[in-house]
Design a protein around this ligand. Structure first.
Ligand SMILES: CC(C)(COP(=O)(O)OP(=O)(O)OC[C@H]1O[C@@H](n2cnc3c(N)ncnc32)[C@H](O)[C@@H]1OP(=O)(O)O)[C@@H](O)C(=O)NCCC(=O)NCCS
Length: 178
């Protein structure tokens, strides 16, 4: 399986993967809007290609920490999608690992995700709120563990805190409710 960065010509396939994986249009539109949002850049947008077919897509967008630690380089993972027929075969994990490696090379300090709390810890994420790293919008207590962080260099977690500011497209409370 090949993992590669997307280009503008991949947009239709990327949107199809997002639509099929989530069973609705919202994430496909979200991805299109994020890719067109200058405040989301730099992005890392990767597809997994198997026998010339794109089967998975992951997007990371730029973020910042508000306050004293605003010099840190942050990225936000999401959405991540794998075509239903290709799930549970390691595609999602491969996209995450490749994305994190590229972000690390680019000097990223912290990567955040709002997602399944049973899935992302397999790939190095841990709850962020109790580390003093707050989401752009309040996360309901019952979903607190879904807001997660991973440091890409040592000794950061525990020594930095603040609220994450995300791309303009993500600045809608409904994206942070579940
Ligand atoms: C979630 C998703 C991206 C995972 O990708 P994938 O390629 O299927 O996952 P992988 O093959 O890397 O990992 C599979 C493992 O993760 C587990 N897993 C998959 N989805 C999970 C979830 N939502 N919560 C917890 N564990 C999950 C599987 O049970 C499997 O566990 P096992 O290794 O013990 O058998 C994919 O299932 C998907 O596109 N789902 C629909 C869209 C979605 O929910 N996206 C994520 C939003 S946060």
């Amino acid at each position: 399986m090949e993992i590669r960065e997307t280009t503008a010509t991949d947009l239709t396939e990327v949107m199809l993967i997002q639509r099929e994986a989530f069973g609705e249009e919202d994430e496909a539109i979200l991805v299109r809007n994020l890719l067109n949002d200058s405040s989301a850049h730099p992005t890392v947008s990767l597809i997994a290609v198997q026998e010339k077919k794109a089967v998975g897509h992951i997007l990371f967008t730029a973020a910042q920490l508000e306050g004293s630690f605003n010099n840190l380089v942050l990225s936000l993972l999401g959405p991540l999608a794998v075509l239903p027929g290709w799930q549970n075969q390691g595609v999602g994990g491969k996209l995450i690992r490749e994305g994190l490696a590229l972000l690390e090379q680019a000097g990223t300090d912290l990567v955040f995700v709002l997602g399944h709390p049973d899935y992302y810890p397999r790939h190095g994420f841990q709850p962020a709120g109790r580390q003093g790293l707050d989401a752009p919008y309040p996360i309901e207590e019952k979903n607190a563990d879904a807001w997660m962080v991973q440091a890409l260099r040592p000794d950061l977690l525990g020594s930095v805190c603040g609220k994450v500011s995300c791309a303009d497209t993500f600045k809608r409370p409904e994206y942070w409710r579940e």
